[in-house]
Design a protein around this ligand. Structure first.
Ligand code: MG
Length: 166
């Protein structure tokens, strides 16, 4: 068995009056993310972690924010395309661990649904997908409710035979 790890990081700015989609789930509140896509910063970090594990570049390279094709796109579609790419090279997700730093609203009540949503898009069991929520104790841009910061780490694995190596 061959293993790779990858990490991804993303930040999106918060603005009043926009819908918030995070971890594939609609989060109720009066702020949402400013972005070219639906702004799902958790999925973007996760995509970058998957791409990073295989040294396939980054999400901005794969899905340019200058392209009309991706304007307002559901980020679950981006994640599903990244997973297709990962599997096309014989890799499978071992696990993903995501940390979301957001001051408000509280996202703890959404974490279980986020895990289910992300796992379902990636075609794996929710037990392979961890989502953790934290605030920054009112410090920095996250603490001032100006944005959301997400870190994702993944492990992917494949049989050595899948890549033609002994
Ligand atoms: Mg992004």
């Amino acid at each position: 068995m061959e293993f790779r790890i990858g990490q991804g990081y993303d930040v999106h700015r918060l603005e009043h009056g926009l819908p918030m989609v995070l971890g594939g789930v609609r989060v109720e509140g009066d702020t949402g993310f400013v972005a070219h896509s639906d702004g799902d910063v958790a999925i973007h970090a996760l995509c970058d972690a998957l791409l990073g594990a295989l040294a396939l570049g980054d999400i901005g390279h794969l899905f340019p924010d200058t392209s009309e094709e991706f304007a307002g796109i559901d980020s679950r579609i981006l994640l599903s395309r990244v997973m297709r790419l990962v599997r096309s090279q014989g890799w499978e997700l071992g696990n993903a661990d995501i940390t979301i730093a957001l001051q408000a609203p509280r996202i703890a009540p959404y974490v279980a649904r986020m895990r289910e949503s992300l796992a379902s898009v990636m075609g794996v069991e929710p037990s392979r997908v961890s989502v953790k929520a934290t605030t920054t104790e009112k410090l920095g841009f996250v603490g001032r409710k100006e944005g959301c910061e997400v870190w994702a780490v993944v492990l992917v694995r494949r049989e050595k035979s899948a890549c033609g190596e002994i």
